[in-house]
Ligand binder design. Sequence first.
Ligand SMILES: NC(=O)c1ccc[n+]([C@@H]2O[C@H](COP(=O)([O-])OP(=O)(O)OC[C@H]3O[C@@H](n4cnc5c(N)ncnc54)[C@H](OP(=O)(O)O)[C@@H]3O)[C@@H](O)[C@H]2O)c1
Length: 245
Amino acid sequence: MNTNEVALVTGANKGIGREIARQLAALGMTVYLGARDEARGKTAAAELEGDVRFVQLDVTDVGSVRAAVETIEADSGRLDVLVNNAGIALEWGVDAVDVSADLLRAEYEVNVFGVVTVTSACVPLLRRSPNGRIVNMSSSLGSLTLLSDFESSQSKNQLLPYSSSKAALNALTVLYAAALKADGIKVNAATPGLVPTDINEGAPISRGTRTVADGAVAPVYLATLPPDGPTGVSRGPGVDDSIPW
Ligand SMILES: NC(=O)c1ccc[n+]([C@@H]2O[C@H](COP(=O)([O-])OP(=O)(O)OC[C@H]3O[C@@H](n4cnc5c(N)ncnc54)[C@H](OP(=O)(O)O)[C@@H]3O)[C@@H](O)[C@H]2O)c1
């Protein structure tokens, strides 16, 4: 059983998720580093300092998610922080009108349905925390306010599966925030801002030079909110920034 705080980060073997796991461990949390691939996950966990524990977790596999939660319950007894970080983008080079339902479904499996699977499995453990926090990794590409401005870069990107999946994630965020308010569990959306990682390797745009540490600012801020912190809000890329829904 843990006296320090306990966190689970999904998709944490690389990219921004790995950096979030690193920073939460550096703050003294016990961090479960979720990764679908055992070798990649174990390697990442071994590279990070602090109490970082690999847990096999494929967000599209209910059995894998349940087993991961059982491990956390047996070893730590509760969860204080869940970061729904795992995400994919598959549509580079595919025009919005050519997107098939199968492509959309594949992306939603991770970015939307996976978040539901992991969140519902983790809520019983988060209810045991005096200050439960859920952070959903969103994007300005999921902002309906920005997408409905046809001059915005978000609209011009025309990433139909990714943008609509992150818009759905934003909806899940505020709905879960309302549902879990009485339990004192905060649910917020973090926007990391554009960071060159594997997810946008195929993007036909300049990916800039921001680092994974820059991308981790908002999610780590939301993962470490005090008990009287906000719920149902969007924050990022900086802690004082807020992307409109
Ligand atoms: N980078 C950006 O500019 C940016 C901007 C806005 C939002 N975001 C969001 O930030 C989050 C992290 O993205 P990133 O940039 O760090 O991307 P990344 O480097 O590609 O990392 C994505 C992570 O998700 C994991 N993943 C994919 N499918 C999974 C599954 N079925 N189950 C469990 N894990 C799975 C990947 O694991 P594998 O190594 O096994 O594939 C990897 O660990 C995503 O939600 C993304 O949408 C990123």
